[in-house]
Ligand binder design. Structure first.
Ligand SMILES: [Zn+2]
Length: 96
């Protein structure tokens, strides 16, 4: 069982949360200026790192708010959670 710390509610069981994909994917400034390929890359292409990954999560069975988490894709360890709109914290693990 994974314990995830909601930045609004504190630590809760993973079953209260819903995964929302990669964090910090910025909406294009001018979507009409993009080619179909660039638009498809914005919609569908995501990083797939081995190690720390910034993700969006929703506390869907709690406060229902979205927030970001830094999760290691090798160990599932979440090293930080922070509110949506806040900048990504600097790396907290020495091995990544
Ligand atoms: Zn919450």
């Amino acid at each position: 069982m994974l314990i995830i710390e909601c930045p609004f509610c504190g630590p809760r069981n993973e079953t209260e949360f819903h995964y929302g994909g990669q964090a910090h994917v910025a909406y294009p400034e001018d979507p009409y200026a993009l080619s179909d390929k660039e638009w498809a890359e914005y919609l569908f292409y995501r990083e797939n790192p081995k190690g720390e990954y910034a993700e969006r999560w929703s506390h869907s069975a709690g406060c229902r708010k979205w927030f970001n988490a830094i999760r290691d894709t090798r160990t599932y360890e979440i090293s930080a959670t922070y509110k949506a709109g806040e900048s990504r914290p600097t790396s907290t693990s020495a091995g990544a």
